[in-house]
Write a protein that binds this ligand. Structure first.
Ligand code: ADP
Length: 285
């Protein structure tokens, strides 16, 4: 039975899933697909769903400790200010850090550049029982790399198929992949960048190159369209997450994680010792 809060009219994993033919240009970043609630009530729902996520995450971790090889990988892709950091802090952050593996992928280092682009990705994959979080990912190698002509077109063009095969390999080895394409509008991005420039405690989030990327918005839209068209597969579909309303983004990604964890049909691992005997021993101890 679904325990989805009643404000949801549709399951996020269904309503947000990218369908062939969907157009990036038609995405409304200010929308709240499938959700009838508003910001006022969202904190309460979020708090309850944070707990649900934390329980399931702990169960995944406990199973990993008990020999289950499965793991989960959350891929967060989006333009600057879309709210990747906010998901890490307010959604994944509700979990137990013991079972979380967070990696942010920036401009490749010299060492990374000397290897295949998936080299640094493979090194950061979650192990049994973990939730891996990719703050940017291998998709940068068909996004920024494509938009900025960092490699010849024939090189990036061959990567979509390669990425699909790579993700299939991961899924086959027991990793559930949740890919979120996070879309913020140009106007909202401007407001968020302006807010960063007004507050000394937010300067660290600002990067002058963010403005250069803004100028390339249409090229990024095109590159995101190609990513969605070519790498939303049955084994690792994309979810399109509107991001102008932060509270919605958090609720949506939280549900996507809960739904993915539930689909793993986890149970608490049984004791590998005689519980009653141990209770008796403890009494006497
Ligand atoms: P963020 O903007 O996510 O907070 P940073 O300021 O460290 O973090 O920016 C990361 C930058 O690294 C982004 O501009 C991103 O496009 C870039 N980047 C990530 N992966 C690659 C890659 N494979 N090749 C080139 N640039 C990359």
């Amino acid at each position: 039975m679904s325990d989805l809060p009643s404000e949801w009219t549709h399951e996020p994993r269904k309503i947000l899933r990218f369908s062939p033919g969907d157009k990036v240009a038609d995405i409304d970043p200010n929308s709240t697909p499938g959700y009838t609630g508003d910001k006022d009530g969202s904190e309460e729902v979020q708090a309850e769903r944070n707990e649900r996520f934390a329980d399931l995450q702990e169960m995944l971790y406990a199973n990993g400790r008990a020999g289950d090889h499965r793991s989960l990988l959350l891929v967060l892709q989006g333009m600057d200010t879309a709210g990747k950091g906010s998901i890490v802090k307010h959604v994944v952050g509700a979990g137990n850090p013991m079972g979380i593996r967070y990696t942010a992928f920036g401009v490749p280092t010299e060492e990374e550049r000397a290897h295949h682009y998936l080299w640094r990705i493979r090194k950061a994959l979650p192990v049994a029982g973990q939730i891996g979080v990719f703050d940017r990912s291998h998709y940068e190698d068909v996004l920024v790399v494509r938009v900025h002509d960092l490699v010849p077109p024939e090189v990036w063009a061959s990567r979509y198929v390669e990425i699909n095969a790579f993700e299939k390999e991961l899924v086959d080895s027991g990793t559930t992949i949740v890919k979120c394409a996070m879309f913020v509008s140009l106007d909202e991005q401007k407001d968020r960048l302006a807010a960063r420039l007004k507050r000394p405690d937010k300067y660290w989030k600002y990067n002058p190159s963010d403005l250069d990327e803004r100028e390339k918005w249409p090229a990024y839209q095109e590159a995101y369209q190609a990513v969605l068209d070519r790498t939303s597969t049955d084994h690792a579909p994309w979810f399109v997450v509107p991001c102008d309303k932060k509270w919605y983004t958090r609720l949506a990604v939280n549900e996507l994680l809960i739904e993915a964890l539930k689909s793993m049909e986890l149970e608490w691992p049984p004791a590998d010792f005689d519980v009653e005997a141990e209770q008796k021993r403890l009494k006497k101890a």
